[in-house]
Ligand binder design. Structure first.
Ligand SMILES: C[S@@+](CC[C@H](N)C(=O)[O-])C[C@H]1O[C@@H](n2cnc3c(N)ncnc32)[C@H](O)[C@@H]1O
Length: 380
């Protein structure tokens, strides 16, 4: 026999349906209809709720990956009494909350002084409320209503970390000169506000167009004398830009909260992993390659499996290369090849370079940089 729904169950169902329809609307605006994205789209209360309930929970953890990679450097980049963090295009404070969470598990954590900047006042109010709920006593948040183009007049001092999370693609987004403009804005921002040993972290959606544009900005900033700490293990021009079909992104397993799963069921969207592109820029030449070695490669594709062989694209100092192992050549020495995942960093020994591809033979060894293990399930 069917039980009739209680009043609160009916209310929940109606709210969930509203939420799902706003998530679908926002998702379309941020993907297929990006060109018509209104400037202050998050002024719309329904879209803002959709952002907080659906996009914030996953976006929040993306900042953990670059922060972890920075924290591993032997120079102890975060070993300070206080860190000043500037979160531009903060929305509801997503990256601020993510950074707060990242440092909360550290044994000795610095005092964290956040400044969140966004042109939409409602976003800043949400950021303040969410921060108040989660922020420990030793962390502070200051908010500033402004676009990235005009913050110079309002902000003082320098920052150890500057974050642009899902903002870059919205800056000058319909402007034919947008790559040049973004390079100029970032160059000015870094010159003016990044401390001499600071890091600027850019996170972008894993869409081909937005990710490639970020890589173009990357190359523009290299020309301006900036350095890439990670994910690239080389300071050369980005080889993914050679082929218009290529782009570079992370894909970290993630267990979504129940509300995200329910919205996915209603909308047909899928948020079962953390997909994003990122970049860490610095004025000095410190690099993740200082830890894993210049001969390491970053895995930049899914496994490509065909009859009798497995291949990946990897990226390192020799550019973007195809690496292949025939099934018949699988041994204990190269067994790790089966477990490689996009974003992993590997060291290769005894691999044969046939120019067309790197060939893993029976005697080749493949070792994974364990210290970079993202072990998402344990934290996320
Ligand atoms: C997709 S949301 C990202 C929010 C948050 N950083 C995150 O990763 O979840 C983009 C944010 O950038 C803000 N924004 C758009 N154009 C901007 C600009 N020119 N300067 C600063 N922020 C801007 C929007 O108001 C919005 O809050």
């Amino acid at each position: 026999m069917h039980r009739t729904m209680t009043w609160s169950e009916r209310l929940f169902k109606t709210e969930l349906k509203n939420l799902a329809s706003n998530v679908a609307r926002l998702s379309t605006l941020l993907t297929r209809e990006r060109e018509s994205l209104p400037a202050a789209y998050l002024k719309d209360a329904g879209l803002r709720k959709a952002y907080i309930e659906y996009f914030l929970p996953s976006n929040l953890y993306k900042i953990h990956i670059p922060l972890k990679e920075l924290s591993l450097h032997p120079k102890g980049l975060f070993k300070k009494d206080k860190l000043r963090i500037l979160d531009i295009g903060s929305g509801p404070g997503t990256a601020t909350l993510g950074a707060l969470d990242f440092f909360s598990i550290k044994e000795k954590r610095p005092i964290l002084e956040f400044t969140a900047v966004d042109p939409v006042a409602e976003n800043l109010r949400d950021a303040e409320a969410l921060f108040k709920d989660r922020g420990p006593k030793e962390a502070t948040l200051t908010t500033l209503k402004s676009g990235i183009e005009r913050i110079e007049a309002h902000i003082k001092g320098s920052f150890d970390i500057i974050i642009l999370s899902n903002l870059l693609n919205e800056v000058a987004h319909n402007d034919a000169e947008r790559i040049h403009k973004r390079v100029e804005i970032l160059k000015g921002l870094i010159n003016r506000f990044l401390s001499f040993d600071g890091s600027c972290i850019i996170i972008e959606p894993a869409l081909r167009e937005t990710s490639r544009e970020m890589l173009m900005v990357r190359d523009g900033l290299l020309d301006e004398g900036l350095h890439i700490y990670s994910p690239c293990l080389t300071g050369d021009k980005c080889p993914a830009l050679d082929n218009p079909k290529d782009w570079c992104h992370e894909d970290v397993p993630w267990e979504p909260p129940a509300i995200v799963k329910e919205v996915d069921q209603l909308t047909g969207l899928r948020k079962d992993s953390l997909k994003f592109s990122y970049l860490i820029l610095r004025e000095d030449d410190l690099s993740l390659a200082d830890i894993c070695g210049e001969d390491s490669y970053r895995v930049v594709s899914e496994p490509l499996i065909s009859k009798g062989k497995m291949e990946f694209y990897v990226c390192g100092k020799e550019g973007r290369r195809l690496i292949a192992r025939l099934d018949k050549d699988k041994t204990n020495l190269n067994g790790t090849f089966d477990d490689l995942r996009r974003g992993d960093v590997v060291r290769l020994k005894g691999v044969v370079d046939t120019r067309k591809r790197l060939k893993v033979g029976k005697d080749s060894s493949i070792s994974l940089e364990k210290f970079l293990d993202k072990s998402p399930q344990e934290r996320y």
